[in-house]
Structures are given as structure tokens and as C-alpha cells.
Design a binder for this molecule. Structure first.
Ligand SMILES: *Cc1c(COP(=O)(O)O)cnc(C)c1O
Length: 372
């Protein structure tokens, strides 16, 4: 019998100009962190976010850390982060010696819930980091007005939401700063990489200084501050530029995938992602929750059941405060916990076709029948 094709959750599509641009780097010798692709990538990506400045770095985590560093966030400061996110959001706060405060999520968009947000604000709150989880924009009107009322800067974590829009405006343009990741499984990739975008010329200058060891731009080997090596290479930027040319195509495919799953999973009583008209989600990784009676064990069983059929899937992020490094943190996760326990991420890579999706939905239906 022919072995079934393995269906991964995610897989980068680097079949465009990546090879040409990388060859150009090698032929010209510009392989490190100076080169035309770095500037081009920064300018083009900032434009996508309707922001004047883009500061490329070597990871999404570096972007978040740099953003908090230039806001001078430190010990004694609090930063509000959502309960459901990839851990890097909270880690960047801890790197600065500050305290993450955990905001619960809404069951509609799985994002930071504006309803409980104001109660978490104290005189120590120095920033709010909304995360556009799985590519779906947060309620930026509500979060933005709370932040504005208290004069607290917003740093958007857009690591999963390249190209997403809230009321026609691109994510990345709502906060004082916004951070993106270009890790291999993100909407577009540069291998590893990240970027900060901002409209503030002073923050832009300081981030450029700090990503390059804090070294003065006019006086070589003179250090104005203790900085980092957070630079992106021209090789990474070359891949990023090629990916950017295809970003709209990638997003259109992800939105198509979401429609296909919605049809294929109809009637199973799962909590499928919403797609309200005021937002344009990019559905980075298609993620849904199993019916309410399902436990975390049942969810993990489904993951194994799919794996036996050569279909890759993932659990949703664990609630931050359920994990040892974050257990001591204050906050709420009553909505987040059941979503995390019952949540599952299904394949969404660019080559995923209707036959794959039929196989995936068929296997899920088979599992539902078996467990009935
Ligand atoms: C991927 C991700 C990051 C970290 O990006 P890296 O490039 O892997 O450092 C941060 N926040 C969120 C929400 C992410 O999904």
C-alpha cells in the first residue's frame, strides 16, 4: 500500500525569488548585516504597516525586547500581556526585570479582553502588549481607548498577524510600536528575524543604536548605551524581500483554508474562528476549540489520532500562569483556560489543497464518531 502523504501544520514556501536574491548576496559579498536588502526590507515592510520606520532585528523576541527597552521599562514596572500567547511576549517583559500582568482573553477573538483590562491597570503599568493571536486583530478601539485614557503606550505583538487589518487599518499601526516575527512558520519568513515598526523618529533612532551594540553611528567603537547584537543579516532580508512579494497570495490562501475548514467541519459543534466584517484576520494557523464536553485529554487524544493518520496538529498555547516560570504572576485566565485545553491548531501551509483538507476533516469526523 502506498504510504499516506504527511500533512504538516506549517511549512515555509520559499519557491519565489528567494534563491535569486540570496545568490545576489553571495555574488556581491554582502552576506552580513549591511546590504541593500536590509534597507529595502525595512522600507517595504514598514509601508505594509502604514508606519514611517521599520527597524529589522534577528527575531520577533528581539523586536519585543528592544521595544520595551526603548520605553525604559524596568524593575518595579508592570506590563499587561494576554493569558494566551506564545511565551516570548511575557519573556521580553521579564528580560527587562519588569512584571507581566496577565489579562484574560475574550471567547470571541481569543485576544486580550478589553472588558477586564482596566481593572489590571495600576500606577506601575508602563505598557500594554495586545497580541493579535493566530492572525486575528484585537479589539483595538476598546484597548486603544483604555490605554489612551491612562496614558499607557501600546506595543502590538503582531508576530502572527502580518497583513491583518482592523477596520481597514493594518495591524502594526495602532501602537507606539509594533513587533513582528519572521520565524519559519510565520505568515512570511526570513528564516529567523523580526522587525519593530513605529511612527516615532526618536524611538526609531534609539532602536537602531541599541540593536547594534549601542554603538554611536558617527563615532565608531564609541558606545552611548549598553546595546545588543540584534541585527538582521542581508541574507535574511533577501529572503524577507522575496517573501514580501508573495505576502498577499499567502494571506489569500490562508483565508481560503479557513473557509474550507468551516465547510468541512460543519455540524461538529466545534468553536470555529469568527470572521467579523470589521476585521480582516489572516488566519495564520487555523485554530478551533473542541465542544465544551471535551477535556484536554480528549484533545490530546485527537492530536494522536490525527498523527496516526499522518496529519500534523498542535495544541493551543498553554495559559501563561499554568506554566512554572509564570505561575507567580497576577492576573486572570478564566476564559483562556478552557480554550487552551480544548483548542487545536490544524494544518494551514501554503501548499495545503482541498484534498488535504478533506482528509483532515474526514479524520476529525471519524474521531468524533468513535468518541460519541
Ligand atoms: C513567534 C512569536 C514570537 C516570537 O518570535 P521569534 O521570531 O520566534 O522570536 C512572539 N510573539 C508571538 C505571539 C509569536 O507567535
Amino acid at each position: 500500500m502506498k504510504k499516506l502523504e504527511f500533512i504538516p501544520v506549517s511549512q515555509p514556501d520559499v519557491t519565489g525569488n528567494e534563491r535569486n536574491y540570496l545568490n545576489e548576496c553571495i555574488e556581491t559579498g554582502w552576506v552580513s548585516s549591511v546590504g541593500s536588502f536590509v534597507t529595502r526590507f525595512e522600507e517595504q515592510f514598514a509601508k505594509v504597516c502604514a508606519c514611517p520606520y521599520g527597524i529589522s532585528v534577528n527575531s520577533g523576541t528581539a523586536a519585543l525586547h528592544l521595544a520595551l527597552r526603548v520605553l525604559d521599562i524596568g524593575p518595579d514596572d508592570e506590563v499587561i500581556v494576554p493569558a494566551l500567547t506564545f511565551a516570548a511576549t511575557a519573556n521580553s517583559v521579564l528580560y527587562q526585570g519588569a512584571t507581566p500582568i496577565v489579562a484574560d482573553c475574550s471567547t470571541h477573538d481569543w485576544n486580550m479582553d478589553p472588558a477586564g483590562l482596566e481593572d489590571l491597570i495600576t500606577p506601575k503599568t508602563r505598557a500594554i502588549i495586545p497580541v493579535h493571536l493566530y492572525g486575528t486583530p484585537c479589539d483595538m478601539d476598546a484597548i486603544g481607548s483604555i490605554a489612551a485614557r491612562h496614558g499607557i503606550p501600546i506595543v502590538e505583538d503582531c508576530a502572527e498577524a502580518h497583513g491583518a487589518q482592523y477596520k481597514g487599518q493594518p495591524v502594526g499601526s495602532f501602537g507606539t510600536m509594533a513587533c513582528f516575527s519572521f520565524y519559519g512558520n510565520k505568515v512570511i519568513t526570513s528564516g529567523e528575524g523580526g522587525i519593530c515598526v513605529t511612527g516615532d523618529p526618536e524611538l526609531n533612532q534609539r532602536m537602531r543604536l541599541l540593536r547594534d551594540h549601542g554603538m554611536n553611528k558617527q563615532r565608531r567603537y564609541w558606545h552611548d548605551e549598553v546595546g545588543y547584537n540584534y541585527r538582521m543579516t542581508n541574507l535574511q532580508a533577501a529572503v524577507g524581500c522575496a517573501q514580501l512579494e508573495r505576502m498577499d497570495e499567502f494571506i489569500a490562501h490562508k483565508r481560503w483554508v479557513k473557509g474550507q475548514y468551516q465547510q468541512g467541519l460543519q455540524g461538529l459543534n466545534c468553536l470555529l474562528p469568527e470572521d467579523p466584517p470589521e476585521t480582516k484576520s489572516v488566519f495564520w494557523l487555523y485554530t478551533m476549540a473542541l465542544p465544551e464536553h471535551c477535556t484536554e485529554q480528549a484533545r490530546d487524544e485527537l492530536i494522536r489520532f490525527l498523527a496516526e493518520r499522518r496529519i500534523d496538529s498542535r495544541p493551543v498555547f498553554y495559559v501563561l500562569t499554568d506554566m512554572p516560570p509564570y505561575q507567580h504572576l497576577q492576573g486572570h485566565a478564566d476564559n483562556a483556560r478552557p480554550l487552551s485545553a480544548r483548542g487545536i491548531t490544524l494544518p494551514s501551509f501554503n501548499g495545503l489543497n482541498e484534498h488535504h483538507i478533506a482528509r483532515i476533516c474526514g479524520a476529525i469526523r471519524e474521531w468524533f464518531k468513535k468518541t460519541e
